[in-house]
Ligand binder design. Structure first.
Ligand code: PMP
Length: 677
């Protein structure tokens, strides 16, 4: 058998440019020590480097050629094609050893063990990563030219072409063998994917200098004696031949330059699936999202957190926006669309006379509070539900840190909110009228702000009672319809209940993904805007109102609120049927068009994590909540339930004693606001 090791390496990596030519700290570049260590293998007949034909690889090509190795240059991103063509250039080749350029500590003994297994078995693919038991950085894959050819011919997705071997590892394709170590070292990290990794590896080479052919077990001994050397990269997650997506790696970078990683808690990777969530999108259309590796998913989760009732990238809304971009989005003059949109919102809500626009829900809420306080001359606000991140709202947690728990997001910390605001925002629970009445009796409340409905339906004329109390006490009643608006009626959910507020706030879905939010209200309250100062540059841009006008037009034509409600009810029925079949006690909550379920179990958060984990493997984004859009057609719902059924079956087994921990492949998801490392 003629065995050729093909080492893949390139200089143009976005994550760590010029990585393979970085000095390893002993005067030679990383790629050189890698090739040198690999050349100690007794089973490999030839080693070649496969890099891309991008100009930036010039120094790499020159250096490696200068060392006497053959170099093949091929596709930058289609690594599978690069491998195949590099292999085809070799005469009499029978098997390929795949080594990646980020493993300078590759161990020739492990390589030989894997090759020997390949030679002695009839497997087409042998590795030590399936599952891994050796440290990350010791990965070896050996496969036949035939399996490489089959993968090259049959693999279509960008992800599979970039990672070369996923096709070969698919169940049922080839005979596969794995080499395992008796003790599991898979949590150890000896690969180089980041600067922290490089620092660790440099320390290792420095320690053994001038020897470079020390074994992986020598490194493990060093780790036992000097663990501090290995601390620097402990927080990084194993790549497992592509399990760690480009998105996850970018999320790691994000957390270093963006506190908390991003701008919205609900889109943190840890809220979904720590260490595994793809996190970033390259494209979104309808109810589908593509990640940075080109993998395609059906979004059965939060749909941009409720922004896109008409689906992502709605053609008519996008066309209207594109026209606006062509004609200009900003100028010294105002955009006429804001007037048309104000008129439209007032027409939809006849009790309201005037409108102010903003670009986020929190802003629109802060505007409403300022106007209402200005109108009443009173500071105190009774609140129920979630209303954004601003001082006026978060101040509720100054008194006791958990006052806002139960109002959607638990654990919100009020650090940075002036202590003087204590007791200006006073929470009451939904459907608890006497709690509100007590607040009104004991405090000089000027404003009541609440969501019309979130998880519970209103009971015992709750909304009507709140309205009467507000009217009686001359309190401004504000319905925050940021999330509930346009989901069940054409406009605010309050229209369904026939209870009219003095002000209402719309956000989320108003522009079908484009930023636009609105605060609407009765003239006598809204006029107070002129007695204070509420003004901002980008509230005058034109894309938001353009998108909203078209969104409202399409919603009205298609009766989107009816569609999404019907789809949601269908999903709820199917959840019920499935839970009945597996005798799981399920609780369904929320508006049908943004519905969710929980199981009554101490393991609930683990089950939720498990659902996301398994769904993701099947290219479905799912937690326990679905924000429905009009593009969630039957075929997607059917696919979702096809994948969900075996998950429910497993959960039932867990309820009967099987440890759920055995099924989880990573950490449990976060349940609310938590500090990130
Ligand atoms: N109010 C309600 C009812 C909401 O659901 C939200 C967002 N979840 C907000 C306000 C805040 O909106 P934003 O995140 O756009 O600031």
């Amino acid at each position: 058998m003629y065995i050729v090791a093909i080492v893949q390496a390139r200089m143009g990596s976005m994550r760590f440019p010029n990585k393979v030519m970085q000095s390893i700290g002993i005067g030679v570049p990383m790629i050189e020590v890698l090739l040198s260590r690999l050349s100690k293998s007794k089973e490999i007949d030839k080693i070649i480097l496969a890099t891309s034909n991008d100009q930036c690889n010039k120094t790499l090509v020159e250096h490696v050629s200068g060392l006497g190795y053959d170099v093949y240059q091929g596709s930058e991103n289609d690594v599978l094609d690069r491998y195949y063509k590099a292999a085809m250039e070799q005469k009499n080749l029978s098997a390929i050893v795949r080594i990646t350029g980020d493993c300078p500590l590759v161990d020739p003994d492990i390589v030989d063990t894997v090759i020997k297994k390949y030679k002695s078995s009839d497997a087409e693919y042998v590795s030590n990563t399936n599952p891994p038991t050796y440290p990350d950085g010791m990965d070896v894959e050996v496969f036949s030219l035939f399996s490489l050819k089959m993968a090259w011919k049959n693999t279509k997705t960008q992800y599979e072409r970039e990672h070369v071997t996923p096709f070969m590892r698919k169940p049922g394709k080839f005979k596969i063998e794995n080499i395992s170590n008796s003790k599991d070292y898979s949590d150890e990290r000896l690969t180089v994917d980041s600067t922290e990794d490089l620092e660790v590896v440099r320390e290792v080479f420095k320690y053994f200098h001038p020897k470079i052919d020390f074994s992986w077990l020598d490194i493990m001994k060093l780790r036992d004696g000097s663990p501090e050397i290995f601390m620097k990269n402990q927080h990084l997650v194993r790549n497992e031949g592509g399990v760690m997506s480009t998105g996850q790696k970018l999320w790691g970078r994000a957390k270093k330059v963006i506190p908390g990683g991003n701008m919205l808690l609900s889109k943190r990777a840890e809220i979904f699936l720590p260490g595994r969530w793809p996190t970033y999108f390259s494209k979104a259309k309808g109810c589908k999202i593509w990640d940075l590796d080109g993998r395609e998913y059906i979004d059965m989760s939060i749909m941009g957190i409720g922004t896109n009732i008409l689906g992502y990238g709605h053609p008519e809304v996008d066309a209207a926006v594109q026209k606006t971009i062509k004609n200009g989005n900003m100028s010294t003059f105002n955009c006429p669309e804001e007037v048309y949109l104000a008129e439209k919102l007032v027409e939809i809500h006849p009790w309201a006379d005037m409108v102010r626009f903003a670009r986020s829900g929190g802003e629109a809420n802060a505007i409403a509070i300022r106007i209402a306080r200005a109108a009443t001359g009173k500071d105190k606000v009774a609140i129920c539900g979630y209303h954004g991140w601003h001082d006026w709202y978060l101040s509720a947690n100054l008194a006791e840190n958990d006052r806002l728990d139960g109002h959607l997001l638990p654990g919100l910390e009020p650090k940075g909110v002036p202590r003087n605001l204590k007791d200006t925002a006073l929470p009451f629970r939904y459907n608890n009228f006497s709690e509100l009445a007590t607040l009104v009796r004991n405090h000089d409340i000027g404003v009541i702000k609440m969501e019309v409905q979130r998880n519970e339906y209103p009971k015992d004329n709750f909304l009507e009672k709140v309205r009467s109390l507000a009217t009686e006490k001359k309190i401004v009643l504000i319905f925050d319809e940021c999330t509930s608006g346009f989901r069940e009626t054409f406009g605010g959910l309050h229209k369904k209940y026939g209870v009219e507020p003095d002000m209402a706030i719309f956000g989320k879905s108003l522009g079908n993904g484009y930023a636009i939010t609105a605060t609407i209200g009765r003239k006598e309250v809204m006029e107070a805007t002129q007695s204070t100062f509420i003004s901002s540059t980008f509230w005058t841009e034109r894309i938001g109102p353009t998108a909203a006008l078209k969104t409202l037009e399409v919603m009205n034509q298609t009766k989107s609120w009816e569609k999404i409600t019907a789809i949601g009810k269908n999903i709820e029925d199917k959840w019920r049927q499935l839970s009945k079949k597996y005798k799981l006690s399920i609780k369904i909550n929320g508006l049908p068009s943004m519905t969710g379920f929980t199981f009554q179990s101490n393991n609930w958060l683990k089950y939720k994590t498990y659902i996301t984990q398994e769904m993701l493997k099947n290219n479905i984004l799912a937690t326990n909540v679905i924000y429905i859009c009009t593009e969630h057609t039957e075929k997607y719902i059917d696919r979702y339930f096809e994948v969900l059924e075996p998950i429910f079956k497993q959960i039932k087994e867990c309820e009967e004693g099987k440890p759920i921990e055995q099924l989880l492949e990573g950490d449990v998801c976060h349940s609310g606001f938590q500090r990130l490392n």
